[in-house]
Design a protein around this ligand. Sequence first.
Ligand code: PXG
Length: 455
Amino acid sequence: MGVEKRTTKEWQKLDSAHYLHPFTDFKGLAQKGSRIIEKADGIYLWDADGNKILDGMAGLWCVNLGYGRQELVDAATRQLEQLPYYNSFFQTSHPPAITLSRLLAEVAPEHLNHVFFAGSGSESNDTIIRLVRRYWQLKGQPDRQTIISRVNAYHGSTIGGATLGGMKGMHDQLGLTIPGVVHIEQPYWFGYKGDLDRDAFGLDTAGALERKILELGAENVAAFIGEPIQGAGGVIIPPATYWPEIQRICDKYGILLIADEVITGFGRLGEWFGSQHFGIKPDLITFAKGVTSGYLPLGGVLVGDRVADVLTTDGGEFTHGYTYSGHPVCCAVAIKTIELLRDEKVIEQVKNVTGPHYAKRWAELADHPLVGEVRTTGLMGAIELVKNKQPRELFAPTGDVGFICRNACFANGLVMRSVGDTMISAPPLVITVEQIDEMARLARKCLDDTAAQVL
Ligand code: PXG
């Protein structure tokens, strides 16, 4: 029988009767009913009523090659037939995991040559906590336990990931978090009410890392973790001065630099990794999502030579791993994803053609009465909705206006996500110039419809 055929109403009824959705107010959803997405092709989705929707979020920042890629289906099918599962515990290995490890070392920055696999971004960040603490134990500095993260960061939803993250709403529900994680401010220029120019603000915000290290004592600090661009937090693109200063501070105090590239990895910013866009050299990179173009769950940690050398030289057993670490079918899809990104020059296209075009089309939206700022890098962008442009006046901080806009987007056949009153988008990397034009036309219509309700 498999997946059944039903009407939207029937699906909605069964959905609220049985399915607890992630990050969802269950009662509210039961009242409103879910949007039922039934199929997809390229950059478009179709709901159960046959409405066509441009997916401006690439699923959840992951379907970078778009939907319906037969090559990925074939890669999975072949591997399912050949070896659907085997583990890499107890002195065994298999060709898909080995091939993918080598391929990742090839596309990653030069100093990253090892990989530890997990099933998701959250698990990968839990692995990072374990790796970082193990590294410092082996270095004979076990007091280096504390990981410095940032307010409004998103690093996943396990206890480890949510502790590392800086989302207040999540911390409020977490109860006891894991010890040894502290948060500093985020480089959010638009949200900053002070009078520093962007570059000075970038330096000052990065300086919070040094101030925190000095407060804790460098001998107690293990690492700093950050998303090159904060994604779920609202596409926070830091000033150009920010990351070089973070790198300088990490180097000065010898602490490990972790880039969480679950969103920015695999081409989103027009480079294989966002770290390359910002010119930083992380010791560890978290990846997930785009590594399989979202077709199957896979995450992992790229481990730089500094850490790998210690782990692989007299490190003894690293007592950590998952049943699905290096799952052969997920690895086979990841291998094909990377080959397609490389052979079809998708990332070069983002850097030279579609990224600049998206920047241009999005910048044009800045003249809209509802828009206070637009920012993009690669194919990742944000539109800040404001009540008044000059002097800048924000709406009450309930996120209601963003929510209205998100609904207007759905009604007009476009997926954008709202974070408070910030509208964010990250379309599949295979989006064409013409499709970006279409997306911008739809976005303007959604802004008009929202303005008609709120201005
Ligand atoms: N790190 C980052 C930077 C992420 O964006 C994770 C870790 C966790 O990955 P998993 O695979 O465990 O979900 C993420 C995930 C949103 C949204 O609403 C973003 C994510 C997940 C769910 C929703 O923008 N990012």
